[in-house]
Design a protein around this ligand. Sequence first.
Ligand code: HEC
Ligand code: HEC
Ligand code: HEC
Ligand code: HEC
Ligand code: HEC
Length: 457
Amino acid sequence: MAFSLLAGCTSAAEPTPAGEYSSSEFTAASKCQQCHAIIHYQWEGTMHANAYADPLYQREFHAAGKDTEGLVDEFCSRCHTPIGVLAGEIPPADGSQLSEIAHEGVQCDFCHTVSGSNGTGNAPFIASPGNMKWGPFNDSKSAYHASEYLELHTQSEFCGMCHQVSHPVNGLVIDDTYSTWKESYYGQNGVTCQDCHMSPGITEFKANPGRSASSSVKREHISLHGTVGGNAFVTGMLGAEKQRKLAIERLQKAATLSLDAPLTANKGNNVTIEVAITNSGAGHMLPTGVSEIRQLWLQVEVTDSKGQNIYSTAKVGSSPGMEPGMMYNTVLGDGAGNETLSFWLADRVIADNRIAPRETVIEEHTFTLPENTAYPVTVLATLKYMSAPQGLVDHLFGEGVHEVPVISMVQASGSIYDPDRPVEAQAETPGFTAPMAAVALIALTLLLTLLNPEKKQ
Ligand code: HEC
Ligand code: HEC
Ligand code: HEC
Ligand code: HEC
Ligand code: HEC
């Protein structure tokens, strides 16, 4: 064992150490599928099912192992292939000793034989593989296995075992999904991770009546196991189409935008617009998780009625001469104070611009209307998300091998008219008032987003 992951824990219920079990003590997901076919169908293709196979993880895991001379091999694996660690099959980091079941990542039998935990963060789970499956029901009966209610499975603390990561040596908090949830309105009002991530509600709990096994009773709520976040990149890379679409849908429900622009402005004048971005749907920071590699930014484009570009914030890959946009993510620094995307080398947070749960941030943009402006002028603001910077992906996989999709999360638009003419007269369609035109434009852009959510730039 490289070093203790859990130094300082004093509770009697110690987390299960590496190598405590053999992988044959766990049951493959294909066995559970025989009766829990729907749940299996939802789980396969998720980032949980791919937590080990994930090619982006694999590249980063090997880079981390190299940078730290293997010090983090067990650390990373405890969340990404828990069975591999419990069975003592990893390290070695090359995966040569890993059983087939350890490749299933975060799978059914691992989660349902967790019998307790020693708090949250850095995977302090207590694993008790065997016939007993713990879950949310206190009256379930199965001919195949024993079952029992465990409150932990119904609480955010279950997810918080892994969705809270701190650096194993210097303690720097790298993933604060659980703790930011806990402090938020949601954490304070009992809205759990499961409510948003295992129910059809996405941003709140919504019941999903049905049967959890082919032969079982009908229940008022069966949790969904398609636990998606915003990863439309790796799911796409792996051909997990269903999960990719769910990730896009979730991103499009996470935030709202509102745009404040003057109704009229003169040529030659400076115009200031305000865009308010609200994290209205995520129960944690937006973005969260590996937020040093997630990319979230507002793109603002101003064009006149002849299509002339008046103002643009930087697009991905930034062409020279464009205004820089604000990136909403975290910037980590290494021991020398240099920015790094390699969180295993980080010992400080240089910047944190993420949007807190229910927080609204306001961005101001100022531009000048040129003398040849053709009215009306359209202002379009779009909140965009990328799972990782293209440069990092090119560095890890080779130039141009994988294109990271740019997801349009939400848009807002407005029009600026000529102050020298009545605003109503400037609407293109006769009888169309300016506010109606604005509404129509919003409806149109919304439609375009829905039809083509990944439209580039
Ligand atoms: C032979 C059919 C069968 C197989 C195979 C099977 N289950 Fe079940 N399981 C059931 C039935 C039936 C129930 C009861 C469902 C209910 O009451 O709604 C159940 C209930 C559960 C519950 C709910 C327990 C609770 O008290 O909340 C969990 C968790 C569970 N199964 C996990 C698994 C896992 C993990 C596997 C694979 C290792 C598995 N099951 C394999 C039939 C099966
Ligand atoms: C990340 C851990 C995790 C994984 C992986 C996982 N489950 Fe679950 N499962 C849960 C949690 C948590 C709940 C309870 C959620 C709630 O209702 O609060 C649950 C609920 C259940 C239930 C009770 C019925 C329901 O859906 O509410 C069954 C049965 C079940 N899981 C079976 C499975 C099977 C089969 C697989 C694999 C195909 C699986 N689970 C994978 C965490 C997991
Ligand atoms: C054993 C550790 C573990 C537990 C417990 C766990 N997760 Fe995860 N989860 C992971 C890992 C590791 C990944 C990332 C895999 C990857 O991207 O390579 C992940 C990914 C996810 C994602 C997808 C993120 C994205 O970017 O799309 C969501 C959503 C998620 N988990 C929600 C939950 C919820 C909700 C629970 C509790 C019911 C939970 N997880 C419990 C380890 C865990
Ligand atoms: C109020 C609903 C809500 C709650 C509560 C909630 N989430 Fe989320 N979660 C979302 C939405 C919406 C997104 C998509 C936006 C985003 O990526 O942040 C998301 C995204 C994620 C992601 C992917 C983040 C990324 O960009 O890589 C993970 C991982 C995740 N959630 C885990 C959790 C865990 C763990 C909890 C509980 C501690 C939790 N969520 C609680 C709604 C919620
Ligand atoms: C305590 C649990 C835990 C540990 C330890 C851990 N991770 Fe993760 N990892 C997660 C979770 C949870 C996510 C999902 C967060 C999200 O999607 O935003 C994740 C996501 C990732 C991702 C993003 C994958 C993607 O598809 O976007 C990479 C890369 C990654 N981890 C690498 C590592 C490396 C390398 C290590 C060791 C230095 C490590 N992780 C240690 C829980 C953990």
